[in-house]
Design a protein around this ligand. Structure first.
Ligand SMILES: C[S@@+](CC[C@H](N)C(=O)[O-])C[C@H]1O[C@@H](n2cnc3c(N)ncnc32)[C@H](O)[C@@H]1O
Length: 241
């Protein structure tokens, strides 16, 4: 397992990094959804829906959608019948989610590494495109484990580096050049989109993440690559005690 995660390299001051990330997301809210759909050519919506092919029925269960942003995944959880807590530390993101009626349950402003709920509160937890932004990933996974009920499921959706060399080359070009360019023009915040493409390029690979989840007690970790392996859905659960 590669222990040189990008997190640990610039992880001397996670709180400072979080302040930077929060400010960044607060600043890109107006064009966030539009750019997500343009930059992923709509596949982001498909990937969020694909999560439900791999998790058990969430109907009538408490679910927490961490780093929920403007709430696209929270809305899907709600449509599947879950009672949804939508957590994000960016007030602007949550506000947009409320305006567009994606947050039908309980929006909560909080740091995902300090989930303000008791242990064993949720039957399911999701996090889409959020985990690569979390600098104190060990604390985050521990806290997530704490709030899940025994048997509770966790679904992670994240952009990853493709394995195929040709696709990786094309994707790197896209990440380093086109993504900041298009993101910069539409949002007016080129540096924000340069940062975001950098977080994808340096992110821990799914195998490392699997090992990390197992280290903190998650079990039955499965990995489902999406669209040429540029994204991954990782499903696991807290073991029944
Ligand atoms: C790339 S967006 C993903 C939003 C949404 N899940 C989606 O599918 O579009 C990442 C979100 O994570 C939030 N975030 C990043 N780090 C966080 C943290 N430590 N605690 C809470 N929210 C965080 C950001 O504010 C942002 O809304």
């Amino acid at each position: 397992m590669n222990t040189n995660f990008s997190y640990e390299i610039d992880n001397d001051n996670p709180e400072e990094k979080k302040r930077f990330i929060k400010k960044l997301f607060d600043s890109i809210v107006p064009t966030y959804d539009l750019l997500n759909h343009i930059l992923s050519m709509g596949t982001d919506m498909l990937w969020r829906r694909n999560i439900f092919n791999h998790i058990k029925d969430v109907r009538d269960n408490m679910a927490v959608d961490l780093c929920c942003g403007t709430g696209d995944l929270s809305l899907l959880l709600h449509q599947k019948g879950a009672k949804v807590v939508s957590l994000d530390f960016s007030m602007n993101m949550l506000q947009k989610g409320i305006e567009k009626q994606a947050l039908k349950g309980y929006p909560v402003v909080a740091d995902a590494s300090r989930i303000p709920f008791r242990e064993n509160s949720f039957a399911a937890a999701t996090i889409a495109f959020g985990i690569r932004n979390i600098p104190d990933i060990d604390i985050f996974i521990k806290d997530l484990f704490r709030v899940l009920m025994p048997g509770g499921q966790l679904a992670i959706l994240e952009l990853v580096r493709p394995v195929n060399k040709i696709i990786e080359k094309l994707y790197s070009f896209y990440l380093c050049n086109l993504l900041p360019f298009i993101g910069g023009i539409i949002s007016g915040r080129k540096s924000a989109y340069r940062y975001l493409s950098g977080t994808i390029a340096t992110f821990v690979d799914p195998q490392d993440l699997k090992a990390l989840l197992e280290k903190f007690g998650f079990t039955d970790v499965s990995h489902y690559p999406q669209t040429f392996n540029i994204a991954a859905i990782i499903i696991c659960r807290k073991e029944l005690s």
